[in-house]
Ligand binder design. Sequence first.
Ligand code: TXA
Ligand code: MG
Length: 326
Amino acid sequence: MVEVLEASGEALDRAALIIRRGGLVAFPTETVYGLGASVFNQEAVAKIFEVKKRPRFDPIIVHVSNPEQVEHLCSEVSKTAEKLIEKFWPGPLTLVLPKSDSVPYIVTAGLGTVAIRMPSHPIALELIRRSGTPIAAPSANLFGFLSPTTPQHVVEQLGEEIDLVIDGGRTPIGVESTVLDLSSKRPTLLRPGGLPLEEIEKVLGQKIGVSTISKKPSSPGQLPKHYSPRTPLKILRNHKKVETKGRIGLLAFKKPKHQIHFEVVEVLSSSGNLREAAYNLFSSLHKLDKAGLDLIYAEPIPETGLGRAIMDRLRKAEGIENPTNR
Ligand code: TXA
Ligand code: MG
């Protein structure tokens, strides 16, 4: 089994050494756990794809500990990018920018752009600093399945194949970063996430185009089926048409008011708080997925703020094409 070390100076030194020597380390960020390798070590990055069973067309986010590292990774940093970096880094915002020659194509899956973010989690920042290199890291789960918000989730999915897991407890935001493409004229949202779109629009003073579902994606989080439990999941659009055969579970948004019986119920936030719901989303889905159910119903979430990211993940878990209308 993989070694799991509680975060400490010593553990971070061990982890940094593993990264420098071409190994893979899972570590907490404020969004979800990442599976990290040195961005400049192509073999190590190739191993990330193997371990996650991730298709080679899916590019990986590069994590930095300092905004100045962006200059070395990008050929051009626009005024818009500078503004967003100034306002939202460190934090759950990933920016897609034109790549420089120093970024290997295996990281960007052959694209001429690179996705970069500076996480705000102190353990992630310290790991990047001690490694002395930006860290390429997708979420530390098998491709297409639920993202990990605890070290246990990482061990369950990838345990045999990675070198070390740094345990920093549960991740505070619980959904992945917002991915914003700034490589063409108009900023485009590729994945709603931990930073609400409204906040970005406020700073830029403009509406942002949305492109979050695509069969030939530039960002495979855009694939119609993704972020899925192994148990089939349906969004509960009409409480009167509930399937009753078999073992059925419910992912409720608030404390349920209806009287329908479900085998297992997970409540995202009894008071209907979107932040709390995002925090609980993946751990509730992991629990429901382990409960031996035939079907999981998920109640719809209001699509403002973090609700947009939650609904995006639920639609993709459902696997039905249903473009996110803003
Ligand atoms: O919160 C997060 O972003 C977490 C933590 C670990 O930082 N990472 C994460 O990585 O969610 P991953 O690989 O699971 O999702 C990254 C998304 C994918 O949908 C990928 O296709 C997209 O970002 N992406 C990466 N590079 C891109 C690029 N050059 N152009 C467009 N999309 C890109
Ligand atoms: Mg992922």
